[in-house]
Write a protein that binds this ligand. Structure first.
Ligand code: ARG
Ligand code: GLU
Length: 723
């Protein structure tokens, strides 16, 4: 019996370690060494050098970081860039007015003169990547504190900046990988004149909205289009009317063939943040403590905002983007808890840790070095637990209450005045005015007051006394925990700070009035008290435990790479360029339920609810559907919309190209499936899928729906299947 159990455990572990052909976000410069063979065995027809090559044009030259928060790709020789609708949304929103509502109606430039500049928006190309671990870690010794270590590394990196060869129009940055065990340098080119070319109406680009978000089957045409402009020399240049469309080193060809089950795909982009190498105790805390707490606080916040949005059209417009943002992570965390639970992620981590410990213990030298590592990590995370929870309460509560944010802005302004006098104040005003203007545009004192009432009550009732500022306790006790009455008192209408236009006017005319009002403001006084108390009771402690954890996790990472020789390691996402690959495949989320891997326009029509905020379908799209007028983009009388595959992606991969076996563009990544959002912590090939919009749907919308076929003319369309 024992033998069978052991055999099973060994087999299980083997499955855990070996079966994950699809897991990983790989560094492009190591593809040849680590991945090419496997990629080819999975169906790839090109070489690693076709993907990343610093000596001649390669696919990487068509990939950009879009604004630092999404990914985009160049799809024409005239600098046309494709990304998601939700990535370009800010630009679309900024150019929208009541008369020209591009969010509702879409926007398409009929010629280059109509393409709209977007101050502040940029795209960044990666010119080359170099490992610089030795230089970055020069002089670092194990006896250093985390702080000493970091400041030496910062100094080393500053030194690198002056010695590394690059053109004057290029930049460079250095990032830490594998928890600080390796360092890589990126030489980049950033273009700052990026103009909006087109976007579908949000009834296509964000079809299904929050209800369908993080879900499969999906029917969203989540794309928008921009163009990079450069100086006459094709080099980066600030916006100018004289600028010309950028001629890229490489643009992607577009395949019209579509994908079949099992086809090879890869996603090339800038994934933001993952934590794949956490200790099981940390994962357990995420599942049992942190995610549930954050979800519960957001439950409250969302229901407050939703209540007002339903009653008030004005609030609905003001809070739509905020609501979507709050609900995006809220929904993802729920999927994460579900997925980590259903795949026994904690148990799997423990099994893996046991195998690690066994190997370490079997070797006296390793045992000496790493024998206590797992126990130390466990202890450190146990110690972190309550402070981590206090941090989540603090961030999720204070971050939702806008009166606090407004107070904080004005406090900073007051500080600038204190430090640098009137001059300091004058310098700081424009930035503050812009920031406050942005906040007030999406602010209703009534909603904020209710959020204050509900969230501060939860904050006070849920938390242990040690994390409650004495002033808050007094306040609660004095009102008999009646937070509605506290809110009434705090948000009284006479308060200047609740009057946006007065605040903004007074910032210019008589600053002392606003600053004095802010000093008197009860919400701001409470905010300062909560902040100070948090800093002294939580931040300090959190920082010191976290420094210890960082050091332990770094050692654990190094140890795993030394000890678990059969495992291939990839670094956690850190907003740097990565390649992930996997086959097109459906999945089985639960017993007796199996999901197919493609959706069609028929599914859009199935979901169609006339006049609905999430599921309305524009008349023209309904007509095209009725007439089966799909142009060259449909297949067998049907119009493909979205598909899923096993690519390991995360936030930041939005807008990333999905490429076929030949490196042709076949889709645009924009989401993951609900059951698999835990792939940030523990990828599981059975339920982790990324969601892409089919490139043929994108072209169909541009050409047939928006009648912007001139843009398709710029692109290179291919049929790799007919080779
Ligand atoms: N879940 C996707 C991503 O994290 C899409 C978010 C935008 N769409 C939405 N309906 N909120 O970011
Ligand atoms: N929608 C996400 C983004 O904005 C991508 C989905 C994911 O997290 O995988 O980057």
């Amino acid at each position: 019996m024992k033998f069978i159990k052991r055999l099973l455990a060994a087999f299980f572990l083997f499955v855990v370690i070996a079966a994950r052909a699809d897991e990983g976000m790989w560094l492009p410069l190591f593809l040849q060494q680590l991945n090419e063979k496997q990629m080819r065995s999975m169906g790839m027809k090109i070489t690693a050098a076709d993907i990343y090559n610093i000596n001649k044009g390669s696919l990487k030259d068509a990939i950009v970081s879009f604004g630092g928060f999404c990914t985009g790709e160049v799809i024409s020789d005239k600098g046309l860039v494709l990304t998601n609708h939700h990535c370009g949304f800010d630009a679309v929103q900024n150019h929208s007015t009541l008369d020209h509502n591009y969010i509702r109606d879409g926007f398409w430039a009929r010629n280059k003169a109509e393409e709209i500049p977007n101050p502040g928006l940029f795209v960044t190309f990666i010119v080359r990547i170099e490992e610089v671990t030795k230089a970055a870690l020069a002089g670092v010794s194990p006896s250093m504190t985390e702080q000493e270590r970091q400041s030496l590394i910062d100094k080393n990196i500053a030194g690198l900046r002056t010695t590394v060869k690059k053109e004057i129009y290029q930049d460079l940055f250095v990032r830490s990988f594998f928890e600080g065990n390796q360092y890589f340098l990126f030489v980049t080119e950033t273009y700052k004149d990026v103009r909006l070319v087109g976007a579908p109406p949000s009834s296509i680009g964000n079809f299904g909205k929050d209800t369908d978000n993080w879900m499969w089957p999906r029917h969203t045409g989540d794309f928008s289009m921009f163009r990079i402009y450069a100086g006459k020399d094709n080099k980066p240049a600030d916006y100018s009317i004289e600028n010309v469309p950028y001629t890229p080193k490489r643009s992607l060809s577009i395949s019209l063939d579509g994908m079949k089950e099992g086809d090879f795909t890869m996603v090339f982009g800038f994934p933001g943040r993952t934590t794949q190498y956490l200790h099981s105790t940390a994962v357990e805390q995420i599942v049992k403590v942190n995610d549930p707490a954050k979800i519960a606080i957001r439950d409250k916040a969302l229901s407050v905002i939703d209540g007002f949005m339903r009653r008030d059209e004005q609030v609905k417009i003001q809070y739509a983007a905020k609501y979507a943002g709050i609900s995006n992570a809220w929904k993802k965390w729920q999927g994460e808890v579900l997925g980590l639970t259903s795949t026994n992620a904690v148990e799997k981590k423990k099994l893996y840790e046991a195998a690690f410990q066994k190997k370490v213990d079997a070797n006296p030298q390793l045992k000496e070095q790493y024998g206590a590592l797992l126990a130390d990590l466990d202890a450190a995370y146990q110690e972190l637990n309550k402070y981590g929870l206090a941090r989540d309460y603090f961030n999720e509560t204070l971050g939702r209450i806008e009166a606090f944010t407004i107070g904080a802005r004005l406090n900073n302004l007051a500080m600038a005045k204190e430090k640098n006098g009137d001059k300091g104040y004058r310098e700081a005003v424009p930035k503050t005015a812009i920031a406050l203007g942005e906040i007030y545009k999406e602010y209703s004192p009534e909603v904020d007051k209710k959020l204050f009432e509900v969230l501060m009550e939860k904050f006070t009732r849920d938390q242990p006394a040690e994390f409650l500022a004495p002033e808050l306790v007094t306040l609660a006790k004095n009102s008999d925990y009646n937070f509605a009455s506290i809110a009434d008192e705090f948000y009284n209408n006479a308060d200047l700070l609740n009057n946006p236009s007065k605040v903004l006017a007074s910032l210019e005319a008589n600053p002392d009035t606003v600053l004095a009002a802010n000093k008197q403001s009860k919400t701001n006084q409470l905010y300062i008290q909560l902040n100070n108390y948090y800093y002294n009771t939580v931040t300090k402690k959190l920082n010191s435990i976290q420094a210890r954890i960082n050091q332990l996790q770094r050692t654990y990472m190094k140890a795993q790479m030394e000890v678990m020789k059969e495992k291939k390691f990839y670094p956690d996402a850190n907003s740097t360029l990565r390649v992930t690959y996997g086959n097109v495949k459906g999945y089985q989320p639960r017993d007796a339920v199996k999901y197919d891997f493609y959706t069609y326009l028929d599914g859009v029509m199935d979901k169609y609810k006339p006049g609905d905020y999430e599921f309305d379908v524009p008349q023209k799209l309904r007509d095209l559907y009725k007439n089966k007028d799909f142009g060259p983009y449909g297949k067998n009388g049907k119009m493909p919309v979205c598909f899923i595959a096993m690519n390991h992606t995360t936030g930041g991969n939005s807008g990333s190209p999905a490429l076929d076996a030949y490196g042709n563009l076949v889709g645009l990544n924009f989401d993951r499936v609900w059951e698999g959002t835990m792939s940030d912590i523990n990828y599981d090939p059975s339920i982790c899928r990324n969601i892409m919009v089919d490139i043929r749907y994108v072209l169909f919308i541009i050409d047939k729906y928006a009648s912007a076929g001139h843009l398709v003319q710029e692109m290179k369309l291919v049929h790799p299947g007919k080779k």
